[in-house]
Design a protein around this ligand. Structure first.
Ligand SMILES: Nc1ncnc2c1ncn2[C@@H]1O[C@H](COP(=O)(O)OP(=O)(O)OP(=O)(O)O)[C@@H](O)[C@H]1O
Length: 668
């Protein structure tokens, strides 16, 4: 039995350090040229490579060959046993095996031999893959479960995709029908849109890296060459990819650099390959492939006819100039997507086109297209600018059901109506933030626990004598003074009493516009890790966030003209933003990134708990704000300046809510 340990955490410098990939000199791999390499039945697969197009050719030893079959039981440090099952496949770097946990659930363990992690570069590559993959969660991305190591291997435990990849499908089918490819493309595009929204470039998209899950949904895997761009306009210079799929600007190497558009190029290659039966630039010699790519020299063979609409899209995707390629959203507006569109991928597709796929009606196709997009996380507001939609929603009669009638403090009687989660989407967003910025999620969870414990302790000690030196110094905290819950479409918008304005978007990222500043912050969420904070100038916002910024501005105007404030302005002492919120029929609870909690009760009284539960603030409906040590309020049974109705009951409700959070977070 082999004992495995969790991997060491990564630091930020490691994350983007893939520029160190060693170029492989002149890789010649004719097997690779047909399609992607065959990974099944132990047939070795050719790895993606770092390429140096003009160097002499030499075969690269496959690192996965160093990976021995893992022991039959792999035990992790936290006592979990996994029983090793069948060999699933092999890449250039790893071998993949089935692993079954105690409950019988089966996973795929991507297994990398420690012997193959000989140098810092390889280690960095693996750590980067883990860090990036771990931070992703999307319906069309292979789910990362866990990773651990034993003496000989590192194991990356993944959701199992038992129906192989698009590469095997194409090998069996030779060509795939347009309706099926349409469906595949939407799922792939949904995943890539998600990746790019998180500044992740995959850089190795190919048929062999796109797997089928048990329900025949496509899942992008293998983040071995993925990279997180520090900002939208930064570029990568490492020459890497798989020969047939490499974009021309990557071959330009150090001179040109490359960015998100390399993934768009790869979409074009995959679409062509699926419809025509082989990649467009295929040749026996890798150098010939590169020459063809650099000249975009390919043709649509007459004996393998495809629709004109498909050709138009492929031509645009394979534009030599990356800037001429359509954006992810633009791709889905191409006429080709208006053709017959199935409701799902059937298992039958693994061997032949399911009957009737060409005859799906226009109406049904349009419904299927919309449903597939939304399952892939793509919301396309009928080509309308989101701000226009927001404006018309807010002005029309309809938003009453969408937008709770009373949204903000000091508003009308329906304010605290319980919100129907099916209307609003997720009601409790999980958000955390960059450790560099403030504190870590772990620390926040600790603060939550401390807050609960302090509140409980003070409850018991309220009859004891108070030592005034031990009382916390109390100052008014940063509060949410206005808010609009529009999470059914975009997100949750709020204004703080320092006048910063934020929108917690539905993708869990936040944009925070600092009051009176020329900068705004983009806080990009990574699950379990925290936030990456990118500061941008409002005068030169990156093109991808322009729309989001417009939404923030629109909300800002809406809040300023329609909603009244909870409290008067405070100076800007620190950068705080909303971590997450939850609503019940009695209150809305805000968790701030400095560890404070704010509760807006339905009787228009607001209470904020800060200093890990030692200080308490009350904001009255008439906006009088008072902050005191909690112990004093508990002793007196109420706030000294202005009485709060059912004060102790409210404090108890708060304590119980924080307790639930604390226990939930610690068990998560
Ligand atoms: N989630 C999964 N479920 C089932 N099989 C998988 C899964 N992930 C990978 N495999 C199998 O393992 C093989 C190797 O995995 P992967 O491509 O991720 O390894 P790699 O060595 O990083 O590959 P590459 O050479 O492309 O970098 C795949 O080709 C596939 O056959």
């Amino acid at each position: 039995m082999s004992r495995a340990q969790p991997l060491q955490p990564l630091n930020n410098t490691q994350l983007n350090n893939r520029g160190n990939i060693t170029p492989i000199k002149g890789v010649r791999r004719s097997k690779e040229n047909q399609f992607d390499p065959v990974p099944v039945h132990g047939v070795p697969a050719a790895p993606p490579v770092a390429v140096a197009a003009d160097k002499p050719k030499k075969k690269k030893e496959k690192l996965s060959a160093l990976c021995k079959t893992p022991p039959s039981i792999v035990r992790t440090r936290n006592g979990r046993d996994y029983r090793r099952g069948n060999f699933l496949g092999e890449g250039g770097f790893a071998r993949c095996f089935q692993m079954k946990d105690a409950s019988g659930q089966i996973f795929a363990a991507k297994t990398v031999a420690k012997a193959s992690i000989k140098n810092e570069k390889t280690k960095t590559k693996l750590l980067s893959e883990i860090k990036i993959h771990k931070s992703l969660k999307h319906a069309n991305i292979v789910n990362f479960i866990d990773c651990f190591e034993d003496d000989v291997n590192v194991y990356i435990l993944l959701e199992i995709c038992p129906n192989q990849s698009l590469m095997e499908l194409l090998k069996t089918r030779k060509r795939v029908s347009e309706p099926e490819v349409r469906y595949f493309m939407v799922q792939i595009i949904g995943a890539i849109k998600y990746l790019h929204s998180r500044r992740v470039i995959h850089r190795d998209l190919k048929l062999g890296n796109i797997f089928f899950d048990p329900q025949m949904n496509l899942k992008i895997g293998d983040f071995g060459l993925a990279s997180v761009l520090p900002s939208l306009d930064s570029r990568k210079y490492t020459i890497c990819g798989t020969p047939n799929y490499i974009a021309p600007e990557v071959l330009g190497g150090k001179n040109t650099g490359h960015s998100f558009e390399v993934d768009i190029w790869a979409i074009g290659i995959m679409m062509y390959a699926l419809l025509v039966g082989k990649p467009p630039f295929q040749a026996k010699d890798v150098q010939v492939i590169y020459e063809r790519i650099k000249k975009t020299e390919y043709a649509f063979p007459a004996d393998k006819p495809i629709s004109e609409e498909a050709k138009v899209l492929i031509k645009d995707l394979l534009s030599l100039n990356p800037l001429n390629r359509p954006t992810i959203d633009e791709i889905l507006n191409y006429d080709w997507f208006k053709g017959p569109f199935p409701d799902k991928t059937y298992e039958e597709s693994l061997v032949s086109t399911p009957p009737g796929f060409g005859k799906i009606s226009k109406t049904q196709s349009s419904i299927n297209f919309t449903n597939t997009k939304s399952s892939a996380g793509i919301y396309t507001p009928k080509n309308k600018n989101p701000v226009e939609i927001l404006r018309s929603d807010l002005q029309s009669e309809q938003p009453k059901s969408l937008l709770p009638q009373s949204l903000s403090p000091n508003d009308t009687r329906n304010k605290y109506e319980e919100v129907n989660p099916s209307v609003l989407g997720k009601s409790n967003r999980r958000v955390n933030f960059n450790s560099n910025y403030s504190t870590t999620i772990k620390r926040l969870n600790q603060i939550c626990f401390e807050t609960y414990q302090n509140m409980r302790r003070l409850e018991y000690s309220k009859h004891e004598q108070i030592v005034s030196e031990e009382l916390p110094r109390c100052e008014n905290p940063i509060l949410i003074s206005k808010w609009v819950d529009y999470s059914n479409k975009y997100g949750f918008s709020y204004q703080l009493n320092n006048d910063d304005i934020g929108v917690l978007f539905n993708d869990e990222n936040t944009i925070l516009k600092v009051h009176n500043g020329s900068k705004f912050m983009e806080l990009i969420y990574h699950e379990n890790e925290g936030w990456t904070c990118i500061e941008n100038s409002i005068h030169h916002p990156p093109s991808q966030v322009k729309r989001q910024l417009e939404i923030v501005d629109f909300f800002a105007k809406y809040m300023n003209s329609n909603l009244s404030k909870v409290s008067e302005n405070e100076d800007r002492k620190e950068t705080v933003f909303l971590r997450r919120y939850s609503r019940t029929s009695d209150y809305i609870m805000f968790e701030m990134t400095n560890g404070n909690f704010q509760f807006n009760f339905k009787d228009h009284h607001k209470i904020c708990v800060s200093k890990s539960g030692l200080a308490i603030t009350h904001i009255s409906p008439s906006r009088i704000i008072q902050t005191h040590p909690l112990i004093l309020v508990l002793k007196e049974g109420n706030f000294p300046v202005e009485e709060v109705p059912e004060c102790l009951e409210k404090i108890n409700v708060i304590k119980e809510a924080i307790k639930r959070k604390a226990f939930k977070d610690s068990s998560a």
